[in-house]
Design a protein around this ligand. Sequence first.
Ligand SMILES: Nc1nc2c(ncn2[C@@H]2O[C@H](COP(=O)(O)OP(=O)(O)OP(=O)(O)O)[C@@H](O)[C@H]2O)c(=O)[nH]1
Ligand SMILES: [Mg+2]
Length: 365
Amino acid sequence: MSLQCGIIGITNVGKSTLFNCMSSTKVETTNFAFSSNKSNIGVINVPDNRLYALEKLQPTEKIIPATVEIVDIPGLTKGANQGEGVGNKFLGDIRNTDALIHVLRCFDDENLSHVDGSVDPVRDIETIDFELQVQDVDSVEKKIQRYQKLAKVGDKDAKHGIEVLTGLKQHLESMQNARDYEIKDADKKHLDDLFLFTSKPIIYVCNVDDASAVNGNHYVEKVKETLKDQNTEILVIAGKLEAEIADLEDIDDRNEFLADAGLTEPGVNKLIRGAYSLLNLMSFFTVGPKEIRAWTIKRGMTAPQAAGAIHSDLERGFIRSEVMKYDDFMQLGSEAKVKEAGKFHVEGKNYIVDDGDILHIRFNV
Ligand SMILES: Nc1nc2c(ncn2[C@@H]2O[C@H](COP(=O)(O)OP(=O)(O)OP(=O)(O)O)[C@@H](O)[C@H]2O)c(=O)[nH]1
Ligand SMILES: [Mg+2]
């Protein structure tokens, strides 16, 4: 399942720094604007404490977490839509992603200049949004033109499509994002093939100074105020601090460092889980003495489709799936106890898998 979440933002706001906290492949971070000149993909483990809790009940040889692909994309700048900075080239990389993490500089640092002269995350949101909205208006206009040709020869669906898209165009031109455009489900088909930038689900990350890791700062307050009516999540992460923590080899050192900063887990863990869920992904588990493993599926997938995530043979030859809920297993302590309590289920082809289900697939090929 290669869905990707892209990290976007102005140059020098800490995108690569955050990427490095998540990924074991490291990329260069520098003080220079536009230091990244290509996008980098990281296959990143999704932190899930349930795997370690399961291991306490079922000792195992190895634990294999789910993964998610995150792409570190070089910074955009004003005029990217006209080829300014390194911008244009990377709009294509953003287009290819399925969800976005928008990093905002919310820290002061005299030694690190901001390309637009001052630290102002609200202006930065507007700058990036504008670049993406301009692209989206362009896509929408092109589709309206195609519909106009069809409407001329009497296509009613196209006529209605023009109304929907014209509304969307006005919405974009008033500097709003497609994801906040209210639209009937039946009308979504007019937008679906456009892959608009501003309709991608998004998380904002306020990259703050160490002291603001827990409670944020005045920049974060402004960001929250600006985004209050938008359909999005906002995370506060102290990027530089987290990079130092991620560099520590020893787990006890890391925990001590985190505790000193007032954190119970790295902020990037929340970010990775957020990206996973933004992509509409979730995990089911297989549990045994050889391995305990989290498998990735899209929300709403059936048991045979989930079986297919393990191996295509399991989907093809699917007979049934034995299902235990994670919470039942943890509470009751063993498969036998789950059975005794009548909570062990045998499910067929139409079963929709839940996040955290422990599955055993029966198949025959
Ligand atoms: N003080 C401070 N500096 C930071 C923080 N996060 C990143 N930096 C510094 O900011 C500079 C730029 O960071 P990068 O991660 O390379 O920025 P980027 O957003 O990837 O930049 P481009 O790739 O050029 O778009 C580096 O010198 C980082 O050490 C932070 O939270 N606080
Ligand atoms: Mg970078």
